[in-house]
Design a protein around this ligand. Structure first.
Ligand SMILES: [Zn+2]
Ligand SMILES: [Zn+2]
Ligand SMILES: [Zn+2]
Length: 155
């Protein structure tokens, strides 16, 4: 007997079960699934994906580029370490509200922001949950939807 393809309903069911039982594994599997999809669709270039998947972000970056060119916004060094920086948005819906950060501090800022965002509902009303005496955050609790979630891999 040949392997049967799961119906979309079964797939949803599995997803829900996995997400509940083993969120880390679920995230990994979802990432692998996405990677396989990208492998099968080489036409979906990074630039095009970025544009279609994140039009608000793309628009914000365009606005900054234009504002710098016309002198409305001044390009500054990294606000943390003073080296060459690029514009970072805490909030892409405020395109000209930028922070200037170098590569290192830019990534750090994004990790910080990711920690403060609920992966379930996107709310920023999230508190860190600590389990050890040193107070290292191990999970976050969303005050909006009440979901607990771990942190994504930061490697
Ligand atoms: Zn820096
Ligand atoms: Zn950024
Ligand atoms: Zn939430």
């Amino acid at each position: 007997m040949s392997k049967k393809k799961p119906t979309p309903e079964q797939r949803d069911q599995w997803d829900a079960t996995y997400r509940e039982k083993d969120p880390e594994r679920f995230r990994r599997m979802a990432a692998e699934r996405a990677q396989r999809w990208r492998d099968r669709h080489p036409g979906a270039g990074a630039e095009a994906t970025k544009r279609t998947r994140d039009p608000v972000k793309h628009a914000a970056q365009e606005r900054v580029r234009h504002a710098v060119k016309t002198g409305r916004l001044m390009r500054l060094p990294c606000e943390v370490c003073g080296t060459t920086a690029h514009a970072h948005h805490d909030d892409y819906t405020r395109p000209l509200d930028v922070r200037w950060l170098c590569g290192v501090h830019h990534r750090a800022r994004h990790r910080e922001l990711a920690r403060l965002l609920c992966p379930e509902c996107g709310s920023r009303d999230v508190v860190a949950v600590t389990a050890d005496t040193e107070g290292t955050p191990c999970a976050r609790l969303c005050n909006d939807c009440g979901m607990y979630s771990g942190y994504a891999d930061e490697s």
